[in-house]
Design a protein around this ligand. Structure first.
Ligand code: DAH
Length: 345
């Protein structure tokens, strides 16, 4: 068994030899002398481990391994020095060019159309100084309903419409991304501009226009003296960013508990440019969002004084926007994972 003294002696003689090595050829000889598989000095010490008891082997094995790593590193450093290369030369030579374009092999996947549309809209939102936030899909009934002024008796809370979680009476799969309104107000206070796309769930009987899982894109802005016309500008910017052309919007009053006044928003049908077609049922308009000025109840739940702050919020059906953008007739295809469908994008 190699004693501590022997190990130290071996290390010292190696280091002295290394010190006096002046060229690569001599370095190769030294490497063989210590590390060659058959008869290297260090290799022989390692081979001696086989004759030890397991406990001894553990202790000596660790010691010899540490020694081997140390000497090997010194050898490598000397080689770098003799070759006249610095570490940064090596780093440059071995670097991978992450900017180099990659040729994707056939069959390589791509982003889902919903993801692409979401990204397009997020980019527009960011360009206007909005935060883009993610939120929980499994939510408490407080944030999903109570916080946004939907009282316990509201029909939206019915289990016909909402997925509840077994054994957790206050947990729901969020039915809209409006669950984020009070979360964001509490987190950031005011003034705030935020966009929050996400997945929502409703206990729907599914058909070509209804799906139990779908996407929405919502924004909230709270500041001093925010008006309806601020909101119209943001809505138009987002829709134009997604459809890559100017769109017109119009509003009709509609009740939503979390806004006052509330409206239902339509945009010109981009398929017929407002002339009237099958998709817009001849009207030239498509219903795609709910909107309004943030209700004082919501501001208060978010810790803000409604006398001081005003704001707007609007929520768009992202799945519906994607269907319109790409001419998809059945919403269930978006969730189907069907390659024949997905490969078309
Ligand atoms: N949360 C509503 C829904 O899912 C959509 C909505 C309506 C969002 C009006 C809003 C709003 O922000 O102001 O049907």
């Amino acid at each position: 068994m190699a004693s501590q003294i022997e190990v130290e002696a071996l290390k010292q003689s190696f280091q002295e030899a290394l010190e006096s090595t002046r060229d690569i050829a001599a370095l190769d000889v030294l490497e063989q002398e210590y590390f060659s598989r058959a008869s290297g000095k260090l290799t022989l010490l390692m081979k001696g481990l086989g004759a030890l008891t397991p406990d001894e082997r553990k202790v000596h094995g660790q010691m010899l391994n540490a020694l081997k790593n140390e000497l090997f590193e010194e050898l490598g450093n000397k080689r770098v020095m003799l070759e006249g290369k610095t570490m940064s030369d090596i780093a440059i030579a071995e670097a991978i060019d992450v900017t180099q374009p990659v040729e994707f092999p056939p069959g390589f996947g791509h982003m889902h159309p919903v993801t692409r549309a979401r990204w397009d809209m997020e980019e527009v939102a960011r360009s206007m100084g909005f935060l883009v936030e993610d939120g929980p899909e499994l939510e408490t009934d407080y944030y999903n309903f109570t916080a946004v002024n939907i009282p316990p008796t509201h029909p939206a809370r019915d289990s016909m419409d909402t997925f509840y979680v077994k054994d957790h009476p206050h947990w729901v799969m969020r039915t809209h991304v409006s669950n984020m309104q009070v979360r964001l107000l509490k987190k950031y206070g005011a003034p705030i501009r935020a966009a929050y796309p996400g997945r929502c769930f409703r206990n729907e009987a599914t058909d070509a226009r209804h799906e139990h899982t779908f996407y929405q894109f919502e924004t909230i802005v709270v500041d001093r003296q925010i008006t309806f016309s601020d909101m119209v500008g943001v809505i138009k910017a987002l829709l134009s960013g997604l459809f890559k052309k100017d769109v017109k919007v119009r509003f009709r009053p509609k009740f939503y508990p979390f806004v006052e006044p509330g409206v239902n928003g339509e945009m010109t049908c981009m398929l017929c440019d407002g002339r009237g077609c099958k998709v817009c049922k001849g009207t030239g308009w498509l219903e795609i969002f709910g909107a309004g000025l943030v209700h004082p109840h919501v501001l208060r739940e978010g810790g803000l004084n409604p006398r001081e702050w005003t704001g707007f919020a609007f929520g768009m059906g992202l799945s519906r926007l994607v269907m319109l953008k790409y001419g998809i007739e059945d919403t269930r295809l978006l969730q189907s994972g069907d390659m024949r469908f997905l490969e078309q994008f």
